[in-house]
Write a protein that binds this ligand. Sequence first.
Ligand code: DUC
Ligand code: ZN
Ligand code: ZN
Length: 474
Amino acid sequence: MTPLDTIIRGGTIVTASDTSRADIGIKGGRIVMIGEDLGPDLYDAPEVIDATGLIVVPGGIDSHVHISQPGEPGVVIADDFESGTRAAIFGGLTTVLPFCLQAKGQSLREAVTWYHGLAEGNCYCDVSFHLIVTDPTPQALGQDLPALVADGYASIKLFMTYEGMKLSDRDILRTLEAAKTSGALAMVHAENDDMIEFLRDGAEARGETAPKYHATTRPIPAEREATHRAIALAEVIGTPIVVVHVSNRDAMEEIRAGRARGSVVYGETCPQYLVLTADDMDRTGFDGAKYVCSPPPRDTAQQAACWEGLMTGVFDLYSSDHCPYRFEDEQGKKRPAGVKSFRYVPNGIPGVETSLPILFSEGVSKGRIDLNRFVALTSTNHAKLYGLYPQKGTIAVGSDADLVLWDPAETRTIRQDDLHHGADYTPYEGFQVTGWPVRTILRGKTVMADGALRADKGVGRYQGRTPHHRAAAP
Ligand code: DUC
Ligand code: ZN
Ligand code: ZN
């Protein structure tokens, strides 16, 4: 009798490439067997999980979440590592990649050390950090970045908008060059800041200060132009980039065109571009602020375009861009300055817990994508692109036993009261989904089952990653 710690019996195993009816044997937190029938006369284990009628997928990886990220003065993000990762495991995720923000004047290494201090001992799922570069000093690019990439911090994010965060084209080029040399993969927030500032000034001069003007002052051309420019800058350096949170067809066309010229450009979209629209920012009273995020959700035609991008491969990644602020809170959406003008409403919405159920329901259950594509978009491609594969992102002998059991028939209505994040609302209140994650297993240990927390905080570990030039990109 081969001793195993856990056997998952009777489920349908789905990876990015295959679907099979098989059992999974787990030992020491890793998958050690996959077989047709790891039955009791051959194998035994203290824990046997019955997955009959359920789908078993690799644990979800959300490579775009904001946790404990410092904001503008007087603004506090709603999730710390405890609440953010707790919400993640209830949403079918086993790894999240939040952003470690370099403050101006701060070294990248100091930023990383501080961020580790926040995460240490507080996580319910595994975590790994991207670095947000806001101060690309010679020290940051020449010494810190290569050393940090070698230590497993294998990705950076650059901003083309936001005072205090945006980089000039020249600085983007310098940073992309350093990324290329060190093997870091660069993510880009692509919106033309001057266009936005110009439009905002005009809107405010006309007294247009309600949340809905957030959408009209960040129009599609601002995203299209910056996407084009980001790809051109990366082309000059000859390094890959990820265009994150893409909201519309024009930006998708820029990605397609860049690829056609031979550039390596990856694309990411998010649930808000699939099921929300700019009209949500026009809800009564100040409720529109609940939907303020950047780029803003567009219209139903752009939703359809983003679905097309998920189906056809323009998008390699589906992430939540979870960036929660409380609504009834003067340090959140109701920041006094924000109530006066949309310009000051904190940008970002919660979504880490609802992201996968929305894609499963709207994508798989409604027949837009198959289960294998669901797995690629929510797990495997993140692991490959950001250097966690094959430890994570697949179901294979030797991989971490990060597994999620989905009930494809379970129907739920999303309600704030049922969620586990630190925000006091969900933008998806009342949204109906079919398909729900009923058990989340992290390195062999059940951390969530049937809606109940089954682990203590601290079970999640930090995961270093392989630099991009050595990773198996999708
Ligand atoms: N960009 C993000 O990636 N997240 C939240 C806000 C933003 O502008
Ligand atoms: Zn962004
Ligand atoms: Zn983000």
